[in-house]
Design a protein around this ligand. Sequence first.
Ligand code: GLA
Length: 741
Amino acid sequence: MRKIFAVFALFIALGWQLNAQTTSLCHFDAKTKVFRMDGGNVSYVFGVNTRGELQQLYWGGKLGATDDFPQATPMPGWASFDSSYTNTPEEYVGWGAGLYVEPALKVTFADGTRDLVLHYDSYKLTPHGVDVVLKDIKRYVFVILHYEMDPASGILARSANIVNREPQPITVEQAAAAAWSLPAGHYTLNYLTGRWAGEWTLTQETLKPGERVIESRRGSTGHQANPWFAIQAGGPNDEHGDVWFGALAWSGSWRITVEQDQLDAIRVTGGFNPFDFGYVLHPGQQLDTPIFYGGFSAHGMGGASRLLHHFEIAHILPHRVGDGDNAAPKPRPVIYNSWEATGMNVSEANQMALAEKAAALGVDRFVMDDGWFGQRKTDHAGLGDWYVNPQKFPHGLKPLIDKVHSLGMDFGLWVEPEMVNPDSDLYRKHPDWVLNFPGRPRSEERNQLVLNLARPDVRAYVFGVLDKLLTDNDIAFLKWDYNRNWSEPGWDQLPATEQKKVYVAFVQNLYGILAELEKKHPKVEIESCSGGGGRVDLGILKYADEVWPSDNTDPFDRLTQQYGFTYAYTPQVMMAWVTDSPHWLNKRSTSLDYRILSSMEGSLGIGADITKWNDEEMATAKRLIADYHQVQKTIVQGELYRLISPRNGSEFSANEMVNHDKSQAVFFLYIHSTQEGRGFPRLKLLGLDPKAEYALTSIQGEAAPGTPTTASGAWWMNHGIDMGADFRGDFQAAAFRLDKK
Ligand code: GLA
């Protein structure tokens, strides 16, 4: 009996089931060969079609429990020019058999064959979803597609594992994590574009026939485009309509293509960037793609971003010791950062002076930025030499760290571990450690070269110096920077045919170092910075507690940047510093309260030269930091509603955040520049409990005379709030909180 049970269990484990199989998140109907996954308010359905391919059937709002699909049938061909194969929305299509749309996988076999047709092989239910195995119709190339559904949000995590069981090597030339399909329709595509100091522009366009490519060929995520998309049915709208969105968890070269095909259907394919890609898989070897997350909301772009925020907080961000059993990591400490105050000219004395003022403001963490190590006086030297500069810190970092601790703050430090200045001991010793093609120029940017982290010796060195730094010093936080993109990406230790593996191995080693550091120094928190927002993605956010969205700290520019940023990422990770006025980039002058309110919409920091702040400025900042501490959780972990967009030269803008049990709301109002005496429009709030009573408290600014101090949620949402007559001018800001009685 026991033996029979064991055999039966094996059959179940391998997924060789005769009848329907179900977990709470995935149902497989063996008769129709349809897989259905349900989570949150979402259903995702795909199946094995009559030709044996894995075909997408539905992605959208949750279907009824008893709704069934017949077995999938391939789309018909369109004359002799578009075959059935190219018209059928496959889950993961190989390049072969006359495919003209974007393939998920393209390989070259050892004999020169470049034809791959993937058919369904088997499946296995997993605790959160299903693994489906595909195999080429002739050869022993297997692809295991992983599907995991988040039961709360309906966000689906998809990735692929490509296995070569041929007797010869194959070269993978293109490998997506997943492809997502939508039926023909009228759609608006949203994506994020930018440049250094100008990241996070929300770019919107009507989808038209052809392909829109969003990508980085730079070796890292990049400022110029971010691996996130949202496709909205119809035109842009923040709170209404169907939105399908996705984000790729990869910090190397990546690509997402959004294609309206020959029959007007939409396919979104994303994964490793196929540009300059070529990953050789020897017999028995395999390649894991990154994860491509996808979700759906029927509540517009606002609903889509709120789902993503919660998902990131619950499932992506690191949960540290001290977070306890909370589903969410703790809100970020309010930091002080020295970069805009002292640049690289750091010293024990000037950092201690800044630390004293920072502590007086109520700051929680003091971070010393660039300049503390090696022979670092300018950006010409020192990167790679991670010893404390003895002229600047004659007794090491200890006196400064002790001082910071005695002031009641913890201590953080800037590092840029993947880089080297040619003028450094490290480079003089190991000139072969950088990405390069021997005998060719090594292009410098910011006077630095990229260490080839894919090399085991470089990986060991980088881990070693960071481990020592964290072991020798009481450091709570690293700001981990990365200040250039790749050039000449050669890995000359490997044979020519294998060198392109660098695109994968570098990033895997980066993640590996971060994971090892986390294991050994579990309390140390990380900020991902790359000259601002050049490395923000769901891959790095598995290790980084926060990110630096932009070197542009102008508070007015930040309003539009933060607006774009929060479509893809939670305000919890969005560090925002208050810096000096006039601002170094735009030469714009703004009041201190405007600057602080703009930064309060994310995780607040101070980056000004506070040794120069007068008593009044110190008092304003101290008051607002104390206010911020009280409402921070609502701001960074609540539901974000964009009430008035700051885009397109908007005269006004406003955002509101509501906490999960709707007991508190915080809202911010900004005037760009008052024209013709127009007052701020009446602001109707969203997301409150209509029946509850809420008390209004000003954080900054005054509501119109006669505004009730307490009113129902229905009042604040239907009647709304008017601002006082004085709320006019240029770069004005106000903020209020509502607390349930
Ligand atoms: C990058 C970062 C800045 C600062 C400098 C230091 O530009 O984005 O915040 O840390 O490096 O060199």
